[in-house]
Unconditional design. Sequence first.
Length: 201
Amino acid sequence: MHVVLRALAVLLPVALFVLWVISLEDEYAAAHGGREIIVVVLKALGALVVLVALLSVMLRRWLLPLFGQKVSEALYAGTYLPGEDPLVVLVARIADEADATLLPELEALVMSDAGRLRGWQELARLLLEVFQDAKASRDTLLRGAEHVRGKEDKALLLYRAGRLSESRLNDASTARHCFEQAAARFPKTVYGRLAAQHLKT
């Protein structure tokens, strides 16, 4: 639902711009002399500048993070069949049964291969989506950031912890700290750059 609303929000300024340009056609046709034509052109250019500015903000705030999330899921989630990966099997069971007593077993499995990003992602996702525990999910992302191997992985978890702190926990201080850590420690990564951009907004 959020994706649909964001897509409509992106299309709205484009539609308004098109309607504005259409409304200028009569004014352009009725223009006499270069000065009146220039005024009409300047109005169209002004609307175009506003449109580009709005789309730039939407791209940075909505579309890039969403695209980055989809790319990370494709790159890091892996392509495992349930019968091949104990982590996938246990995650699916917990999601189906909503059994919190299985979480310690999952955490132990994650810690047994603590450098693997997917384990931390899945544990954090279950805590948030199945058990509605945003704080535990955020803390899991922060723990994972200390264990995973790659800089991109660390930046990703820090960035997501920041967004979760901001959107679900109303914890602006922790959110800013997460973004600052991602931006300062991993400035050349995708999520490090996203965190730096987020700090400027």
